[in-house]
Design a protein around this ligand. Structure first.
Ligand code: MRU
Length: 342
């Protein structure tokens, strides 16, 4: 488990693991203003759907130190909301913070700050508990000795605890279940090679790194028992937005008869978004593709399309693992029942 951040009451700042520096260096930054938190989210110093929600929630707490806290808090929520559009955990966490701020508008600075801090801590603690449950449900789907193929990074640093899709692998290692993983490097920002491979090694899970384009060959020539990925937003009908490349894996999994599981807390399900077509896909800077990690790898002036996420239609998803249970098709009714279960 690698929690990506910690709120420090003594300094009133957030200590944040700069994930852009992994795996070569473990650099912790002190973030003391909402603007610094927004910068960290935009530049993926903190990333992964649940983690950016948690970081943003604490970012709102930092705003409550201002002379006009009500205005500063609302300004911070607006700024943080604008950082990344796809992961719904961000707007979900900020909506919770906004409703606490509104409730304590007239309560004075101290009470407002205490209430916001309590809410941010609750969001973080709920996510930690959800990760453990996601891991336990995920274990029900894997036999000892299973090999899982995974994409992007969905472990501790992307959440506040065990992670989402990596949670069963990490729990499995603790229980001696001898799981192993093929890890997609995840172009263009290499969350798989830089963070997943690093985290699985620390957790004692046998991991083999592959480039994204090797997945088809690996599924045809090696035994892959399941593909497990996380999600940035799940539409009400079960369509899944996740890191670019996820949809390709789902198509490959179907072709090769491999189960395709999505693991995410219920906070990632957006009941207000009917289908994947309604999800905004973040497009990022061309330099992430043409100048990856500081070296020019494409000619000057080339047109670049750099969507950070894609949509996997619900039809390709074998099951969605949540902290409230495993949901199978039809997702429209299954996810709704989950919400109504409280
Ligand atoms: O752009 P990123 O690194 O924030 O993308 C993260 C992902 O796509 C993860 O798979 C997703 O957030 C699930 S994290 C638990």
């Amino acid at each position: 488990m690698t929690p990506p951040l910690e709120y420090r009451p003594a300094t009133g700042c957030i200590a944040l693991l700069d994930q852009t520096q992994l795996p070569a260096r473990e650099v912790w930054l002190d973030l003391c203003t909402p603007e610094e938190v927004a910068e960290a989210i935009c530049h993926l110093r903190v990333r992964g759907a649940p983690a950016i929600g948690i970081a943003a929630a604490y970012g709102v707490v930092l705003a409550s130190d201002a002379e006009q806290p009500d205005e500063a808090v609302e300004g911070a929520i607006g700024l943080l909301e604008s950082t990344r559009p796809t992961a719904v955990n961000l707007s979900w966490a900020l909506a919770r913070m906004r409703s606490v701020a509104e409730k304590h508008k007239a309560s004075g600075c101290e009470l407002l700050r205490a209430a916001l801090l309590e809410e941010a801590r609750a969001i973080e603690a709920e996510d930690r508990a959800a990760g453990l449950r996601l891991g336990r449900y995920g274990l029900e789907l894997l036999k000892p000795g299973s090999t899982v193929l995974t994409h992007c990074h969905t472990g501790g640093a992307a959440t506040s605890g065990y992670g989402t899709a990596l949670a069963p692998l990490i729990l499995g290692a603790q229980r001696g279940l001898k799981f192993s993983a093929f890890v997609d490097e995840t172009r263009p920002l290499l969350q798989g090679s830089r963070i997943t491979a690093w985290e699985l090694a620390r957790a004692g899970v046998k991991a083999t790194l592959i480039t994204d384009s090797m997945a088809a060959h690996v599924m045809r020539t090696r035994r892959i028992d399941a593909v497990m990925v996380g999600a940035d937003r799940i539409a009400a009908n079960g369509d899944v937005a996740n890191k670019i490349g996820t949809y390709a894996l789902a198509v490959l999994a179907r072709t090769h008869g491999v189960a395709f599981y999505v693991s995410a807390p219920v906070s990632t399900v957006d009941f207000a978004t009917p289908t994947g077509a309604d999800i905004i896909i973040e497009e990022r800077a061309p330099e992430e593709v043409t100048h990856g990690f500081g070296r020019q790898t494409a000619p000057d002036g080339i047109d670049v399309y750099n969507p950070a996420f894609d949509i996997t239609p619900a039809d390709y998803v074998t099951a969605i693992i949540t902290e409230k249970g495993i949901v199978r098709p039809s997702y429209l009714t299954g996810l709704r029942a989950l919400r109504e279960s409280g």
